[in-house]
Design a protein around this ligand. Structure first.
Ligand SMILES: [Zn+2]
Length: 204
């Protein structure tokens, strides 16, 4: 039986060689299966899970982090973007595991609130040109789009420092040199954050 099996294998090998010899090279199709990682915040385990794309995030169990930079949608939201929340929750859980406390003091703001903060900043900084380095008006800020987080602003700076060092894993980046607390979803989770901008007057 073993002998027959070897013979058959030998025959197949010969046939394979023969087929190879007659088949033009360019007709050979090389199929590469690429599996992209999908980032999800797993609610039961309260941690980041990375699943293959053919499974994706599990509805009811996972919150998706999104697979790219998160940009303004066509409609004004009424809350933080759900992918931004999932990114923050994943980062917060990872920081907690290392003994670092991280909260966000401000995320989504209404246009009215953002405009009020801008007017207040003009009074504080004397001119709109100086104020805009710290607070953007409603139509320019990404807070009313639910796409910005002010992390640990009124708490320990160490939480924001942790996020600056580790945020790219979760797709969150510090944006400005003068604001250690302000983070935006500028990249896909696992990407590389761009260099810091000097201040908010330098819009992306
Ligand atoms: Zn901010």
């Amino acid at each position: 039986m073993f002998f027959i099996a070897v013979l058959l294998m030998g025959a197949a090998g010969l046939f394979g060689l023969a087929a190879d010899a007659v088949m033009p090279k360019e007709n050979k199709v090389t199929q590469e299966i690429k599996i992209n990682p999908v980032y999800c915040f797993n609610k039961p385990s309260e941690s980041l899970v990375i699943r293959p794309d053919f499974i994706g995030c599990i509805i009811g169990e996972d919150l998706p982090l999104g697979q790219s930079e998160i940009t303004e949608s066509t409609e004004r939201p009424t809350d933080l973007h759900p992918h931004v929340l999932a990114r923050f929750l994943s980062a917060q859980a990872a920081a907690k595991a290392e003994g670092v406390t991280m909260t966000f003091d401000s995320g989504y703001r209404t246009l009215e609130t953002q405009n009020y903060l801008f007017q207040r900043a003009i009074k504080e900084h004397k001119t709109p040109e100086e104020a805009i380095k710290w607070v953007l008006p409603g139509d320019l800020s990404r807070h009313p789009w639910g796409l910005a987080l002010d992390v640990n602003l009124h708490h320990e700076k160490s939480g924001a420092s942790w996020l600056e060092a580790n945020g790219s894993t979760f797709g969150l980046c510090r944006v400005y040199e003068n604001e250690w607390w302000h983070f935006e979803p500028l990249i896909a989770p696992g990407g590389v954050c761009p260099p810091l901008l000097p201040d908010a007057s330098h819009l992306k």
